[in-house]
Design a protein around this ligand. Structure first.
Ligand SMILES: *Cc1c(COP(=O)(O)O)cnc(C)c1O
Length: 429
């Protein structure tokens, strides 16, 4: 007998091509329903979504408040061209977000995902220099960074097996290590060497997500930002992943001493319910495009720029995010993570457990360099799925990015499963 689940799997396999997936060796699990922190497959099996469905879900799946808001908007206005037209959800969302962002952020430019938010930011920085009559074409970025999969975003991200086929078409980027007490002066020197040609410095603040949940200290990042600012190098802060509470504060920006010129958001922006990208900037940037001469404008746009449904989902998600109860949940998760990290760091199988707000990561001690293609990755993925937990390791780095509605009991259950995995997979697979 073919179960409903097997039937969906076969039909999917026949027609769909999945992201970041070797189709020959992977079968996608059909999910028919989501509720809170849980996903349910076609056979009724429950999974705790401990990675917020690729880091997007903030308040849980199918949240009724967001669903009702979007549903109402769907009957009012589902889409309108955003060139020459505007609408209430986009106006209200920009007003509310800008009031929460660092003081200098003054204008909002919408797109529809994180990669496009980054592309827009790069174009803003490069054209800012061009419009000002001092063209600069180099970009500074962190090693191990990730900013998306479109060509510009790939060019400024870490290179690896996944970018190798396109290597010749990626533009040159100057890569530096994340700052720490030892290297900060050396990094400032690199900025000085290139400052005449550097249009901008693009960085993931505090946590480098796809690079392996690598964390660095706010103090040294602030120092590097200050040095770039003094050298007229624009600061592009990619908060696509860390924004909206992930690091324990509303934005990573809240933990930094310096303000960026441009900021990028997506993922949690709509609470993870709809695709939406956002690039914000200072008045100084905006003014370099504001002119009687039409060719000074930012010639970039997407069909679904500022889609009213997506903006409505973002407004509803913001309502939920700012509730005291949500803020308390974020602090609770952050606190539990800290205690678990302390416990993990005494474990012989664990290399460098760490947390930043609601993000937790640990590396398996496997006696060799971390590799995205490590076999342990797949074994751990299956181990947790069998226990009803969705975790998707990056190489031998296991991480948690839970939705804020995750219960204390479920978080403890996940910690227990991690301790069990540490005893089951003691060495190299
Ligand atoms: C995921 C991510 C992106 C790209 O976002 P997409 O919506 O997947 O295109 C950009 N920057 C960071 C920091 C990310 O984590």
């Amino acid at each position: 007998m073919v179960t409903k689940q097997q039937n969906w799997i076969a039909r999917d396999q026949a027609v769909n091509w999945h992201p970041y997936t070797q189709m020959k060796t992977t079968r996608a699990i059909p999910i028919i329903r989501g509720e809170g922190a849980y996903l349910y497959d076609a056979d009724g099996k429950q999974y705790i979504d401990a990675v917020s469905s690729w880091w997007v879900t903030l308040h849980g799946h199918a949240h009724p408040y967001i669903a009702e808001s979007v549903s109402k908007q769907l009957y009012e206005l589902e889409q309108v061209i955003f060139a020459g037209f505007t609408h209430r959800p986009a106006i209200e969302l920009s007003e509310r977000l800008l009031s929460l962002l660092p003081r200098l952020q003054s204008k909002a430019f919408y797109s529809d995902n994180g990669s496009t938010a980054v592309e827009v930011a790069l174009k803003m920085a490069l054209q800012y220099a061009y419009n000002s009559g001092r063209p600069k074409s180099k970009i500074l970025a962190f090693r191990n960074g990730y900013h998306g999969d479109t060509f510009g975003a790939m060019s400024v991200s870490a290179r690896g097996k996944w970018t190798a086929p396109f290597q010749d078409l990626l533009f040159e980027t100057i890569f530096i290590d994340v700052p720490n007490r030892e290297n900060i002066e050396e990094l400032k020197n690199i900025v000085d060497q290139h400052k005449g040609e550097l249009a901008c410095f693009l960085y993931e603040p505090l946590v480098q997500g796809a690079g392996g949940m690598l964390m660095h200290e706010a103090m040294y990042l602030s120092a590097l930002m200050a040095h770039c600012r003094a050298s007229n190098v624009l600061l592009i802060q990619d908060e696509v992943f860390v924004g909206f509470g992930r690091t324990g504060t509303l934005f990573a920006a809240n933990q930094l001493q310096e303000e960026p010129d441009i900021m990028c958001f997506s993922k949690g922006l709509t609470g993870g319910t709809m695709p939406l990208g956002l690039t914000t900037c200072t008045l100084d940037i905006y003014d370099a495009f504001y002119h009687d001469e039409k060719s000074r404008a930012l010639f970039h746009g997407h069909s679904f720029t500022a889609n009213p449904l997506a903006c409505t989902a973002a407004l509803a998600s913001l309502d939920l995010l700012l509730l005291d109860s949500t803020q308390r949940s974020i602090q609770k998760i952050a606190h539990m993570h800290q205690q678990f990290v302390a416990k993990l760091n005494g474990h012989p199988q664990v290399r460098h457990a760490r947390s930043c707000g609601t993000i937790l990561a640990l590396e398996w001690e496997i006696g060799q360099e971390t590799s995205y293609f490590s076999n342990l990755q797949h074994s751990l993925y299956i181990f947790f799925l069998e226990r009803g937990i969705l975790l998707r390791p990056l190489g031998n780095t296991l991480y948690l990015v839970p939705p804020y509605c995750l219960s204390t009991e479920d978080l403890e259950h996940i910690y227990d499963a991690i301790m069990e995995a540490l005893s089951v997979f003691p060495s190299i697979e």
